[in-house]
Design a protein around this ligand. Structure first.
Ligand code: SAM
Length: 209
C-alpha cells in the first residue's frame, strides 16, 4: 500500500470511529511523510521552475522522454504529468536507492505506471536507439567522465527531430556547452529562468571526433 493510499484509508476509518491507536499513529506518521514530501516538492518547484524544463523538452501527451540521473524524482513527476496519459518516462540513475524514493513520489501522485526505473552504469546512457523524443540531463552531466562520448551515444537514442536538454548550475555551463559542441550537438535555445541554473536545448548535428 502506498503512503498516500494509507493516509486515505486511515482517514476513512477514523471518520467511522473504527480506528485503533496503532492505526492512528501510522496515519500520523504517513500524514507527516506525505506533508513533508509535498513541502519539499513545493520548495524544489519554486527554486528550479520545472515547468521551464518541461517547455524546453517540448514534450506532451504521448511523448517518450528519458530523465537521466533522475534522483528522487522531483523533476520526473513533472515529466510524467506532461506525457500522460499514454507517454513514457524512463528514469535512470546509478543509485537504486534514490529510484526507490522516486517510485514512492510517483506512486503517491498516481503517476507510477508512466515511469520505468532503470539502474545504469556511470559511463553509458543505456537507452534504446531511436526511441526518445527528448532526453533530460538535470544536474548530472558534470558527473560524466567523458561527457562528449556519453552525449554521442545518447544522441543515437533520439527519434529524428528529438532533443537533448541539459540543465545544471551555472558554474557547470561552460563545460556542458563545450562537451555538447564536441559531441556534435547544435544549440537550439537557452534560458536561465532562475539565477542558479541554465537550461540548454540541443538537437543532433554532425558529430566530430
Ligand atoms: C544532483 S542529483 C540530480 C537529481 C535530479 N536530476 C535533479 O535535477 O534534481 C544527481 C543524480 O545523478 C545520479 N548520477 C550520477 N552520475 C550518474 C550517471 N553517470 N548516470 C546516471 N545517473 C547518475 C546521482 O546518483 C544522483 O541521483
Amino acid at each position: 500500500m502506498t503512503r498516500f493510499a494509507g493516509v486515505v484509508i486511515a482517514l476513512a476509518l477514523a471518520s467511522c470511529g473504527r480506528e485503533a491507536a496503532s492505526d492512528r499513529k501510522d496515519r500520523d506518521d504517513n500524514g507527516d511523510a506525505v506533508a513533508d514530501m509535498v513541502r519539499e516538492q513545493a520548495r524544489f518547484d519554486a527554486e528550479r521552475r520545472p515547468e521551464k524544463v518541461v517547455a524546453a523538452l517540448r514534450i506532451g501527451p504521448g511523448s517518450k522522454v528519458a530523465d537521466v540521473g533522475a534522483g528522487s524524482g522531483q523533476l520526473t513527476i513533472h515529466l510524467a504529468r506532461a506525457v500522460k496519459p499514454n507517454g513514457r518516462v524512463v528514469a535512470t540513475d546509478i543509485d537504486n536507492s534514490v529510484l526507490d524514493l522516486l517510485h514512492q513520489r510517483l506512486d503517491a501522485a498516481g503517476l507510477a505506471d508512466l515511469v520505468e526505473r532503470r539502474v545504469v552504469e556511470a559511463d553509458t546512457p543505456s537507452l534504446e536507439d531511436g526511441q526518445y523524443d527528448a532526453i533530460l540531463l538535470a544536474e548530472v552531466d558534470h558527473f560524466f567522465k567523458d561527457e562528449p562520448a556519453w552525449l554521442r551515444t545518447a544522441t543515437k537514442a533520439l527519434k529524428p527531430g528529438g532533443r537533448i536538454v541539459i540543465s545544471n548550475r551555472v558554474h557547470h555551463r561552460a563545460n556542458s556547452m563545450a562537451a555538447a559542441a564536441k559531441a556534435g550537438l547544435v544549440l537550439e535555445e537557452e534560458s536561465s529562468p532562475v539565477p542558479t541554473h541554465f537550461i540548454a536545448s540541443f538537437v543532433a548535428g554532425k558529430a566530430t571526433k
